[in-house]
Ligand binder design. Structure first.
Ligand code: SF4
Length: 360
């Protein structure tokens, strides 16, 4: 579905798709977020790389356990390569949300971070949802609390709240729509032009949306520490070194706004799934990648023979790297850690998520 085809589903403000408002290029981040909860390299201890010689046996054990426990294994494309390789489905939040909602298995093991497992539970309340490591959080989701959101809404009564999927269940429950980087543009375009939109929590994605939709958004000043750490200088350096390469940038990146100012035909702002699809179809053979480096494994699998160069090799999400094969095996074997979401919060969050999935 193209953005122009998008329609809200049972939204409280339901309306036909609308044309974009007059373009604005002025950031309107009107409310500063409180400092996020502790995150960054010091907040979690990432297990060292495993011994590849042990992977085949562990993966065989995991596949058998998944079969025995009627479980489907979902892995985000930022996970370790050996986790992606053993999963039933690999992808970004939107793709995995859809899979979680329709999977026939009674158990979902989510190799990702906690808001993703919460999302799976909200969409599949009758299923058991397991997260192999409870410390797998998200600095972006931590950048706004439900109390902060309620206060922000009180300052902007009547506004439509659009939350990026990287939020807690409680924040989703206070939102009208969820979105991912794959469909954020379509979600914004589905909202009547005369309605104020509060967009949270990622300011770089919000600024990019403002530009591509021509809508004036009120943007929360949150960020992902990994993507915010990819700076314009990283991109410029690589563009100089590999002038023929195509540049694929995730809209959460701190470099996005500035790179867009000078963007040419070889620069593409894409979600992680968008990067995979683009690389598979492109005639180019070399790509600069500006997102978490876990995506390189998936890109190399889906577009073999092409060269993918991370613009910043330090762009590693330590939360995504917490899940090891041993933890995944133990999660299946012991039934840990089961994720639950209170029924009242889940019911309200589900509405926002279902609108996200329906929009495409
Ligand atoms: S890469 Fe950033 S947004 Fe994604 S899970 Fe890690 S901290 Fe959160």
């Amino acid at each position: 579905m193209s953005p122009d085809d998008a329609k809200p589903v049972a939204a409280p403000t339901a309306a036909a798709p609308t044309a974009a408002a007059a373009p604005t290029v002025t950031p309107v981040a009107t409310t500063a977020a409180a400092p996020p909860a502790a995150f960054g390299p010091g907040s979690v201890t990432v297990p060292p790389p495993g011994d590849p010689a042990t992977f085949p046996a562990l993966q065989a054990e995991i596949r058998q356990l998944a079969h025995d426990h009627d479980a489907v294994i979902l892995a985000h494309s930022y996970e370790r390569p050996e986790i992606q390789d053993v999963a039933d489905h690999v992808g970004d939040s939107l793709r995995l949300s859809r899979v979680a909602a329709s999977a026939p298995e009674s158990t979902i093991v989510f190799c990702g971070v906690s808001f993703m497992a919460e999302t799976a539970k909200i969409l599949s309340p009758d299923k058991r949802v397991l997260l192999p490591d409870l410390k797998a959080g998200c600095s972006l989701a931590d950048s706004i609390t439900v109390e902060q959101l309620r206060a922000w809404k009180a300052e902007h009564r009547g506004a439509i709240v659009v939350s990026y999927v990287n939020t807690t269940a409680a924040v989703k429950a206070e939102s009208d729509y969820c979105c991912t980087s794959s469909n954020a543009r379509a979600v914004i375009n589905a909202i009547p032009v005369d309605r104020q939109i509060l967009f949270l929590p990622d300011m770089f994605l919000g600024l990019w949306l403002q530009r591509v939709t021509g809508r004036k958004l009120t943007i929360w000043l949150g960020e992902c520490h990994v993507h915010a750490g990819i700076r314009p200088a990283d991109v410029e350096q690589w563009h100089r070194d590999l002038p023929g390469a195509e540049l694929l940038i995730h809209p959460e990146c701190g470099c996005t706004s500035q790179v867009l100012e000078a963007a040419g035909d070889d620069v593409h702002i894409l979600s992680t799934e968008g990067m995979v699809t683009y690389a598979m179809g492109s005639k180019a053979d070399t790509f600069l990648i500006a997102t978490e480096t876990g995506i390189l494994h998936r890109l190399e699998q889906k577009a073999p023979g092409k060269r993918f160069v991370p613009v910043n090799r330090e762009a590693v999400c330590q939360y995504m790297k917490l899940t090891t094969l041993e933890k995944l095996r133990d999660s299946l074997r012991l039934g840990v850690y089961e994720i639950d979401v209170p029924a009242d919060i889940a019911a309200r969050a589900r509405l926002a998520l279902e609108r996200m999935i329906a929009i495409g």
